[in-house]
Ligand binder design. Structure first.
Ligand code: NYM
Ligand code: MG
Length: 227
């Protein structure tokens, strides 16, 4: 008998929603339950493309136009595609700390800087370069209010961590999740968790989402779908 494939679980949310904390807890919890698991973070700042992204996010001297940085974020996922698929095929569950969905909403939320054509990037334009990447079995969305996020340590250090931008990101995530008009992802892909509670409370709710993701894989065809 072949090994059943691992689950692909994306954790998404605004900056300071607690994604990285929850990913670490989850990884330990999966392993403690005897489920082989790995964590992959996007952007992956360790690759050459990731170095460019990091310098864009952390310095004001690296200037890239909105389209170019968007495509770099996407390329940074494509360069992991083979390892994502082989990890799943080896029976290892893979947690993604951000994925395509952050890619879409952060780019689409940007105030267009280009003159004389100040149109923001559309969701469909932003989604296009990621079409064909492995699609998560479940996307766990850590939902946090803006005031709570701003209270958390480190907020405001990087590009995009501004209130106005974050509010747009929040609205666009809602649209993607199918809560507004013009959703471009399937509603059943999303598992929304209130991330305003204690770390333990949130971890408990996240775990329920993971169990749902694992169930979908068990009952599914074994195939990894594509975006
Ligand atoms: N981000 C992240 C994007 O703009 N596009 C993407 O494709 C991804 C994966 O990068 N503010 C943004 C969201 C964050 C920033 O992410 C850095 P993190 O998780 O803080 O390292
Ligand atoms: Mg950040």
């Amino acid at each position: 008998m072949t090994t059943p494939r691992g689950a692909l679980i994306a954790i998404e949310g605004l900056d300071r929603a607690g994604k990285s904390t929850q990913c670490d807890i989850l990884l330990n919890r999966l392993r403690a339950a005897g489920i082989p698991a790995k964590l992959q973070k996007f952007p992956d700042r360790t690759t050459p493309i990731g170095h460019m992204i990091n310098s864009y996010l952390t310095t004001t001297s690296t200037n890239l136009d909105d389209q170019s940085i968007h495509l770099l974020f996407s390329a940074n996922r494509w360069e992991s595609r083979d390892s994502i698929l082989s990890t799943l095929q080896a029976g290892t569950t893979l947690l993604l700390d951000r994925y395509v969905y952050s890619g879409i909403v952060f780019s689409a939320a940007k105030p267009a800087e280009v003159i004389p054509d100040p149109k923001p990037l559309s969701i469909s334009w932003c989604k296009a370069p990621d079409v064909g990447l492995p699609r998560p079995d479940i996307i766990i969305f850590l939902n946090i209010g803006q005031e709570e996020a701003e209270k958390r340590a480190g907020f405001g250090e990087e590009r995009y961590e501004k209130r106005e931008m974050q509010e747009k990101v929040r609205g666009l995530f809602e649209r993607l999740r199918g809560e507004g008009s013009g959703s471009s992802t399937d509603k059943e892909d999303w598992w929304v968790v209130d991330a305003g509670g204690s770390i333990e409370e949130v971890a408990g709710e996240v775990w329920k989402g993971v169990e749902e993701g694992l169930r979908r894989v068990r009952e599914g065809s074994g195939e990894v779908r594509s975006i």
